[in-house]
Write a protein that binds this ligand. Sequence first.
Ligand SMILES: CC(C)(COP(=O)(O)OP(=O)(O)OC[C@H]1O[C@@H](n2cnc3c(N)ncnc32)[C@H](O)[C@@H]1OP(=O)(O)O)[C@@H](O)C(=O)NCCC(=O)NCCS
Length: 153
Amino acid sequence: MSAAEIGISDMAGPDMARVIEIEKLSFSHKWSLNDFISELLHPESICKTARPVDGIGITIGYICVRRMVDEAHILKLAVHPAFRQRQVGSLLVRHIKDEVLRDFKGKVILEVRVSNIAAIRLYNSLGFKSLYIRRRYYAEPEEDAVVMALDFK
Ligand SMILES: CC(C)(COP(=O)(O)OP(=O)(O)OC[C@H]1O[C@@H](n2cnc3c(N)ncnc32)[C@H](O)[C@@H]1OP(=O)(O)O)[C@@H](O)C(=O)NCCC(=O)NCCS
């Protein structure tokens, strides 16, 4: 799907049922509705959703980022399984990188499971570099994380 076929907007109440559905399909350690609400209420939080512009308007993916002074942290990125490998994840990260953080001068950081080849490739394709391994960062199942970063300086 191209950028012209996908609309990106702020995550809001009407997205939440679908966001929780995608979350359940995407992660073994899931955020609850309360986790998303707490994130949305956080002053430094940026959460965006993607939906096809000519479809029935359903949410098909989302991203949550926390922006701090010189660092922004990607906390969540997921695409509904039926819409994966159609550039939706890339569009969401690109939107954060090129639009939301356009004037940002710091680093964008994230952790990803070492086995999550799809996400690691996606981030690599957008210029993120692997920095180091964080041992046993994840539970359910226990796994190491790769810490990846994109430097805007
Ligand atoms: C990771 C995820 C968000 C990718 O979203 P997506 O919309 O399918 O990704 P895109 O179509 O934009 O793919 C961009 C690049 O990522 C890589 N990629 C994506 N899916 C892949 C897969 N299944 N296998 C290998 N590489 C893959 C490719 O390099 C791809 O580039 P290409 O299309 O030129 O081959 C999606 O698989 C997902 O929701 N996974 C579950 C949740 C998750 O792991 N989130 C990341 C946590 S850090």
